[in-house]
Design a protein around this ligand. Sequence first.
Ligand SMILES: [Zn+2]
Length: 99
Amino acid sequence: MRKKQKDWAKDMAYQRMHLLFELADHEFRTHPELSNRYAGLARRIGMRYRVRMPPELKQRICKHCHAYLVQGVTARTRLQGTHITTTCTVCGKQMRRPY
Ligand SMILES: [Zn+2]
């Protein structure tokens, strides 16, 4: 029973995170500051339910200032040798991941 409850909570956490990112995406054009708030909420849900943020969502939040990243607007992505480098234009810091 306990395990089932935990699975259910995790599933709900994932759904909420995806929903928040959808909202952030939707609001970005009109209210970019709201997108950052949604991104922050999604991050907190992940911590509250102790679930990892799905990788496709994780790369859309700045690791340093937690801003919502939109390619070409608040983020620049470049290939650098064996890494993909994403630069946050809000704080100017870089996140690297191998490919
Ligand atoms: Zn940043």
